[in-house]
Structure formats: structure tokens, C-alpha cells
Design a protein around this ligand. Structure first.
Ligand SMILES: Nc1nc2c(c(=O)[nH]1)N[C@H]1C(S)=C(S)[C@@H](COP(=O)(O)O)O[C@H]1N2
Ligand SMILES: [Mo]
Length: 202
């Protein structure tokens, strides 16, 4: 008999409520910090969020305006490419749909999230619309900690967590795809954890 029974394997792939994990992931209860650079200091008073949808289609929200938008409280599973997953995480924030509401997105099919500190990441527009992505400012009932992207981060839980840009400053909608920081450094352009799209060759 092998050292690992099928039962053991199954317990590693599911949490106590039977939720399955994407291939190659393990469960963690803590919240690791993964940043390509230092945490940028950001005051809420000088923070703003910008949506660039094309010439003449540009919206900016101050912190107060942003917090005045309709808020949602998603509970989602998150999956980091370094193989940890965290299930049933609770957030509060504004749906990207709310930011785009009434805006003419024209021929745009892609988006780049750009951040205080310079990080960028690209996502197809359809992956951040239709209730699939938020600009989150609260985690587990508390204001999002600076090392986790506070004041606010993008949350795109159905893709690997590097797509969830911390310290988000804006979203730029594009007609052509424009790979971001990790995507130009060998990570997969799309990053679906269920298809294990970790690196560009996956
Ligand atoms: N601005 C910015 N956002 C970022 C990163 C970064 O370095 N800078 N790292 C990404 C990566 S690789 C991961 S796994 C997650 C980590 O988020 P966490 O530190 O809150 O766990 O943030 C993503 N968002
Ligand atoms: Mo990551």
C-alpha cells in the first residue's frame, strides 16, 4: 500500500465543506503577502481611482466619491500562482460593473489595471464585468491592510491572484491586449487556476 491513501489526497484537495481546490493548490488559513516591490504609502485624502475608456471617456473618483458608490460584499475563493489557496474570503467593495455603468466602452475588449508603485496587470474586459470583479477596500471586516493593497485593490478571484492588482490607481480599457508586469515576465497571459495556466508555456 502506498504512503498516501486516496482519502488523504482528497482531504488535501477539499476544505471541510467539500469545496474543491484547483489542481496543484494547497489550502492556507493565513494570508501571505506577495509584492514585487515595497508597499507604497497612500493617503486616502490624495487617493483617487480613474477609469480610462477612450478619448473623452474618463472618470475619476475621490476616496469619498468611491465610498459613496453602491457597495457589494463578495465571499470568494482566491488562488495564488505560488500554490496557496484561501477559501471563503470576505470583502467589501465596488463592482467594476458599477464603475462602467452607462459608459460607452466602444471597441474595447481588454483592460489594464495600473497601480500606485507602477505594477500593471492585464485582463480581458469580459473577465472584470458581469459581476466577476471588484475594487475592494475591506477584507474580513477591516480596512484592507497596506501590504495587501490598501486603500483599495482589484479583486478578480476567478483568475490567479496576481491579476488582483494591489494599490490600484486606475483601469485603462484597450482595443488591443497589453501584457502587464508578470505577464511580460513569463506568467500566463490569462491565468485560469482551474486550467493551471501558471506560466506562458502552460
Ligand atoms: N500592485 C501590486 N499588485 C499585486 C502584486 C504586486 O507586486 N504589486 N503582486 C500580485 C501577486 S503576484 C499576488 S500573488 C497578489 C498577492 O496579494 P497579497 O499580498 O494580498 O496576498 O497580489 C498581486 N497584486
Ligand atoms: Mo503571486
Amino acid at each position: 500500500m502506498g504512503a498516501f491513501s486516496p482519502g488523504f489526497h482528497r482531504r488535501r484537495q477539499e476544505d471541510e465543506t467539500g469545496v474543491r481546490l484547483p489542481p496543484g493548490q494547497y489550502l492556507t488559513r493565513d494570508f501571505p503577502v506577495l509584492s514585487a516591490g515595497p508597499t507604497p504609502p497612500i493617503e486616502r485624502d490624495s487617493w483617487s481611482l480613474t477609469l480610462e475608456a477612450g478619448p473623452g471617456e474618463r472618470r475619476t473618483w475621490t476616496w469619498q466619491e468611491f465610498m459613496g458608490l453602491p457597495q457589494e460584499e463578495p465571499t470568494v475563493d482566491i488562488h495564488c500562482v505560488t500554490r496557496w489557496s484561501k477559501l471563503h474570503t470576505t470583502w467589501r467593495g465596488v463592482s467594476v460593473d458599477t464603475l462602467l455603468d452607462g459608459l460607452d466602452t466602444g471597441a474595447a475588449e481588454y483592460a489594464v489595471a495600473y497601480c500606485y508603485g507602477g505594477y500593471t496587470t492585464n485582463v480581458p474586459l469580459e473577465d472584470i464585468t458581469g459581476g466577476k470583479a471588484w475594487i475592494a477596500h475591506t477584507f474580513d471586516g477591516y480596512p484592507l491592510a497596506p501590504e495587501h493593497g490598501g486603500p483599495a485593490r482589484l479583486l478578480v478571484p476567478h483568475l490567479y491572484f496576481w491579476k488582483s492588482a494591489k494599490w490600484i490607481q486606475g483601469l485603462r480599457l484597450l482595443v488591443h491586449d497589453e501584457p502587464g508586469f508578470w505577464e511580460t515576465a513569463g506568467y500566463h497571459n490569462y491565468g485560469d487556476p482551474w486550467r493551471e495556466q501558471r506560466y506562458s508555456w502552460d
